[in-house]
Design a protein around this ligand. Structure first.
Ligand code: C5P
Length: 236
């Protein structure tokens, strides 16, 4: 059975005012937003709190990749900020991922959130020509391999493109999150390469769609989001 996925709006802007205006405008149509590197480096951790006050679930997409000790402490700090979802690069390896999971297990949930921890497979802005490893390894194979490690290591899900979601879903645990950026309702891909339509991402089993510019850069962001929602609830 296909479930309607959550829609997560990527607030990729550099000002607090712009982020909050978008968040207020879009709140009738979604309860998830994503803070990425652009917004976090311009507005800092206070942004998490401000978006939580608007009753949003906050996905902090810092795509962590560092030595295990640094990642462990950073995950604790993110939990202290109250984030609901967090990303780590799977290429950071098993020890780094284990350190992140340990940090989550150790925190007091009265003072910290318990975020969904996601592994980033390969960015949706990459294709085969961007990868340094031998031609014999397809990008699809690499993504599936990384996703299966994410499950084995104990993460709650992965970030992948809509092209790989159905392959990952076949061998993933029942409640594994498949979070897909690179969503394009129309033909303009911008810097994304492995893009799919919202409907196709849902049909391939995505649990969360991450959508930025098709909504945030449109003339009428709420109407663009509502159009996507209508596409998602259309019968097969
Ligand atoms: O504007 P657009 O819809 O392309 O935004 C996609 C968002 O998803 C961006 O915030 C980007 O950082 C994020 N993302 C991605 N590919 C990944 C992981 C995250 O595009 N593999």
């Amino acid at each position: 059975m296909t479930h309607e996925p959550r829609v997560v709006i990527a607030l990729d802007v550099s000002s607090r005012e712009q982020a909050l205006e978008l968040a207020r405008t879009l709140r009738p149509a979604t309860d998830w937003v994503k803070i990425g590197l652009e917004l976090f480096t311009s507005c800092g951790p206070d942004m998490v709190q401000e978006l939580k006050e608007l009753d949003y679930n906050v996905f902090l997409d810092l795509k962590l990749m560092d030595i295990p000790n640094t990642v462990k402490k950073t995950v604790s700090n993110c939990m202290h900020m109250g984030v609901d979802m967090l990303t780590l690069h799977l290429l950071g390896g098993e020890k780094m991922i284990t350190a992140a999971l340990e940090a989550r297990a150790r925190q007091d949930l009265k003072t910290h959130s318990r975020p969904i921890l996601l592994g980033v497979t390969l960015l949706t802005s990459l294709d085969r020509s961007d990868l340094p490893w031998p031609e014999s390894r397809s990008l699809h194979e690499v993504v599936l391999d990384l996703a299966s490690r994410a499950g084995k290591w104990g993460l709650d899900g992965v970030v992948c493109s809509g092209h790989e979601a159905s392959g990952i879903k076949k061998s993933a645990p029942e409640d594994f999150c498949l979070v897909t950026p690179g969503i394009r309702p129309g033909p303009d891909l911008e810097d994304q390469k492995r893009a799919v339509t919202p409907y196709r991402a849902m049909a391939s089993g995505a649990t969360h769609l991450v959508i930025g510019r098709p909504v945030t850069a449109s003339v009428d962001p709420l109407e663009s989001l509502m159009r996507i929602r209508r596409e998602l609830s259309a019968p097969f």
